[in-house]
Design a binder for this molecule. Structure first.
Ligand code: AMP
Length: 188
């Protein structure tokens, strides 16, 4: 039996778009993990630590037979393999790749190392915009609100989303030749 998991991907160092696609390839290559759908890529203003480069963000839906703790360990391995440096860096500062578990079906997970749904999911347009795109019908299992309602509430708090997030490249479905590089709007 496999579960559907939604993950958030972000990068604000180096070739950010390439990092997102490399992470997706690496995840899809992991045993028991299959990337099903990738959202549009967004360029977003940094939050929390605002004095850092803009991020490229995306959300992917993934099928997996792994349980949450093993899946998290696998995400951390991919981050490490891609050169994520955790030594002496500013928390929530610049990073080559960041992978978060946003939703695990309608399950709640609360362990020492893991909180799902991700505790800041509903506060972040760069997560909610792509979630509305690829998982509009999903309901947040703790807040009992649809992703669309959560985005409406986030916009009411923080203002128009187009001032904070810019559409960069369409997401792509995987085919037999792997993930395609980003398809820019004008190519579509
Ligand atoms: P960061 O890479 O800065 O986002 O932090 C990663 C750490 O946050 C992981 O080592 C986890 O122990 C912890 N964590 C807690 N909840 C989550 C989640 N839903 N997704 C990813 N990491 C999480």
């Amino acid at each position: 039996m496999s579960d559907v998991v939604h993950i958030g991907l972000g990068s604000n160092l180096g070739d950010r778009v390439a990092a997102i696609f490399e992470a997706l390839e690496r995840l899809d290559d992991c045993e028991g993990v299959s990337v099903v759908r990738v959202s549009t890529l967004l360029e977003s203003e940094p939050v929390d630590v605002v004095d850092q480069p803009c991020f490229v963000n995306a959300v992917a839906s993934v099928r997996t037979v792994l349980r949450p703790e093993a899946f998290l360990a696998m995400l951390l391995q991919v981050e490490e393999a891609m050169g994520r440096d955790r030594g002496g860096v500013v928390p929530r500062g610049p990073r080559s790749i960041d992978l978060d578990i946003l939703l695990w079906g309608d399950e709640r997970v609360e362990t020492a190392d893991l909180t799902v749904p991700h505790p800041r999911l509903h506060e972040r347009a760069f997560v909610l915009v792509p979630l509305v795109e690829i998982a509009e019908t999903l309901t947040h299992p703790v807040l009992n609100e649809s992703m669309a309602n959560l985005l409406t509430q986030e916009i009411a708090c923080n203002g128009p989303v187009d001032l904070r997030c810019r559409m960069l490249a369409r997401g792509s479905l995987q085919d037999e030749s792997g993930f395609h590089g980003p398809r820019m709007e004008e190519d579509a």
